[in-house]
Design a protein around this ligand. Structure first.
Ligand code: CU
Length: 282
């Protein structure tokens, strides 16, 4: 089964890092580094920056009043400030917008419509107050980018703790999803206790996986595996950039409806994608 992924690592990874920039050498840090085995190279992780590769995510408003169908409007601007109009289709859509509260609640994945002036508009459910992250995931000129910004919804915010790691998740409407393996993840869907053989195509694939890191909500690079439309589990390879906890949101379609299952993964050093023990090649 092939699963498209809602995001992809920018082809620009690392290009923005200029080692000569830090002229005020931090002696303390240098001392700390000395004597250690070679530190891994710094790599940029997608989804942490509002601007990258000469493009910038510009929300019309950073603060919105709570409501269940709130208009959210934004544009992608070039370095001169001009609105970018040309986007490539990626997983059948030209713009994917992920909205999630900072405590990983209220996950939403929507597809905004482009207005005449090149900006994008959609409705989001902001019934609950709090601090949200908004990720614009798109491709233009053959490169993929994930830009992110803050969104504030004033009101009483009662942050919930990250749920403990679990191998099954309730996806609503009687659906349950179980996961096994790491960093190669196999998701199995059941409904009312009976296995669901094949899910329906969703955005040109069998499913989408959004993986976010605890504490900074970095967007992870994941790889779909297998053939589309086939029976069996939905499989993804995930490139974890560091040990720690991650929240994963798997979306699949069945009986004409998109369902979301969320999982917490506790990732150890052995699960990192750059380990030899992983599925190799990625
Ligand atoms: Cu999408």
């Amino acid at each position: 089964m092939i699963l498209a992924v809602v995001f992809a690592a920018a082809a620009l990874a690392g290009s923005a890092i200029d080692p000569s920039v830090d002229e005020s050498t931090d002696e303390h840090a240098s001392t700390m580094e000395a004597g250690h085995e070679a530190a891994p190279e710094s790599a940029s992780v997608p989804g942490l920056a509002v601007a990258d590769g000469g493009l910038r995510l510009v929300p019309e408003q950073a603060t919105l009043t709570a409501g269940s169908r709130v208009h959210y409007r934004f544009r992608i601007a070039g370095e001169t400030g001009r609105t970018l109009r040309k986007f490539d289709a990626k997983h059948t859509r030209r713009m994917h917008l992920i909205v999630v509260r900072r405590d990983f609640q209220n996950f939403q994945h929507v597809h905004p419509r482009q207005l005449e002036d090149g900006s994008w508009e959609t409705r989001v459910d902001l019934s609950e107050a709090g601090v949200y992250r908004v990720f614009a995931d798109f491709a233009t000129g053959g490169r993929s980018l994930t830009l992110a910004t803050d969104l504030f919804v004033p009101g009483a915010f009662d942050p919930r703790p990250l749920p403990a790691p679990a191998t099954t998740a309730d996806a609503g409407d009687g659906y349950e999803v179980s996961v096994s393996g790491s960093p190669r993840l196999r998701f199995t869907v059941s409904r009312d206790g009976r296995g669901v053989d094949s899910v329906e195509p969703y955005l040109g694939a069998d499913g989408h996986l959004v993986a976010l890191r605890e504490h900074d909500q970095a967007f992870l690079h994941t790889h779909p595996e297998g053939d589309p439309g086939g029976p069996g589990p939905i499989v993804f390879g995930v490139e974890y950039p560091s040990p720690g906890r991650y929240r994963l949101f798997l979306q699949f379609k069945h009986d004409g409806k998109v369902h979301t299952a969320a999982f917490t993964q506790d990732v150890g050093a052995a699960d990192l994608a750059n380990e030899e023990a992983s599925h190799g090649g990625h």
